[in-house]
Design a protein around this ligand. Structure first.
Ligand code: CUA
Length: 314
């Protein structure tokens, strides 16, 4: 039954971008089909009986009809067969996927889930906030968390894996579709669980992947532009430019201003405070805001760029 494989995901399902996604979908469609059929049968029968046997005038309650062995057997045996069938195809698919998990890929990416951000580090030292993969190239994702339980969820991969503090979990994935797909955290992990999102970028060829892997912020890019690029990449979801209150304070008018911290200390936003807020964000937290920001590691020029950019946001 689960050989019934659809060519492409129907429009109401997320796109499919990994090996194994089709199998998950075919089981989903099988279960959806069975439950829809029963939903319709039960609804039609209930509606019919409600009308057919409605109380026309009040009569004293009748004793229940006696036990009907044949009916009892029919509605016990048929669902049992269906449930065992669902269990069978699901288990078979699960074992196949668990089997694939034992494969060793040539590439490993370390994934860190922390309140409330995903971080990726690649062999060779590259780091990113988005997961970059190469089409048709199997990869091992090694996941860990320095704080609480998270869950790495890529709907397009039809994959979800818990990220557990104190131990490594892993995922073996082969991307089968180039493009950009959302990544979520699927385990409630605190105040800003819902913003713990990023994306996976699947490069169509090695040239495109290498171009990303080797890209550096060029020395010729002016500082304020460096800062803007970093802002777009890292800061945008929590810090607005127009005064809107988001997870963290807005950058508008922030430079040079006096800000009250938790505990009542008043600080002036200058170079050293900006650096501290980036490197040790939990040391001093703006009053009324959650200690949501994870520490960032930036190069010196990137740090200067962010400072220059915040200074430019009037
Ligand atoms: Cu991390 Cu929810």
């Amino acid at each position: 039954m689960h050989r019934l494989i659809l060519a492409a995901a129907p429009g109401w399902l997320p796109p499919r971008a990994s090996e194994g996604a089709e199998k998950v979908d075919s089981i989903f469609m099988l279960i959806l089909g069975i439950t829809t059929a029963f939903f319709v049968i039960i609804l039609v029968a209930a509606t019919y009986f409600t009308i057919r046997y409605r109380a026309r005038k009040w009569t004293a309650p009748q004793p229940s009809p006696s036990h009907h062995l044949k009916l009892e057997l029919v509605w016990s045996i048929i669902p049992t067969i269906l449930l065992v069938a669902i269990f069978g195809v699901s288990t078979k698919a699960w074992l196949a996927s668990a089997d694939a998990q034992t494969a060793e890929a040539a590439t490993t990416v370390y994934v860190t889930g922390q309140q409330w951000q995903w971080k990726f580090e690649y062999q060779g030292g590259k780091r990113s906030d988005e997961l970059h993969l190469l089409l048709n190239e199997p990869v091992d994702l090694v996941l860990s968390s320095p704080d609480v339980l998270h869950s790495f969820y890529v709907p397009a991969f039809r994959i979800k894996q818990d990220v557990v503090p104190g131990r490594f979990t892993r995922l073996h994935v082969t991307p089968t579709e180039a493009g950009t797909f959302p990544v979520f955290c699927a385990e409630y992990c605190g105040n800003d669980h819902s913003i713990m999102q990023t994306q996976v970028v699947i490069h169509p060829d090695l040239a495109s992947y290498d171009a990303w892997k080797n890209e550096k912020i060029d020395e010729s890019v002016p500082l304020v532009k460096v800062g803007e690029m970093l802002y777009q990449k890292n800061c945008l979801s929590c810090h607005s430019l127009d005064g809107t209150r988001k997870v963290g304070p807005t950058f508008k008018g922030l430079w040079g201003s006096s800000q009250t911290m938790e505990g009542g200390e008043v600080v002036t936003v200058d170079e050293n405070f900006v650096r501290e807020s980036i490197v040790e964000p939990k040391k001093r937290v703006a009053q009324g805001y959650p200690p949501a920001m994870p520490p960032q590691s930036l190069g010196e020029r990137e740090m200067q760029g962010i400072i220059e950019y915040i200074r430019s946001v009037k």
